[in-house]
Write a protein that binds this ligand. Structure first.
Ligand code: SF4
Length: 77
């Protein structure tokens, strides 16, 4: 089984999360501001609200694909 990247502290539980590779470029927060923001430690972004609708999931996947350092993971449900 493939090992998943570790979650940064502050991500809410759920299918999407930001790992420690984040370089705080802010792309994810621009693409999906309802789900991604800078973490309280200001060392990386986090998922602060998980998507609930198909549209929100699509927004989060767009953020994942736009991340330049593959710092966003979607866990299969
Ligand atoms: S797009 Fe990726 S590198 Fe940029 S802030 Fe979001 S998680 Fe971090």
């Amino acid at each position: 089984m493939k090992t998943l990247p570790s979650r940064r502290a502050g991500n809410v539980p759920g299918r999407f999360y930001v790992n420690h590779e984040c370089i705080v470029c802010a792309v994810c927060a621009d693409v999906a501001p309802g789900h991604f923001r800078l973490g309280d430690d200001e060392e990386g972004n986090i998922v602060y609200r998980q998507p609930e609708t198909e549209s929100e999931i699509a927004d989060c996947r767009e953020a994942l694909e736009g991340c330049p350092v593959e710092a966003i993971t979607e866990v299969p449900e």
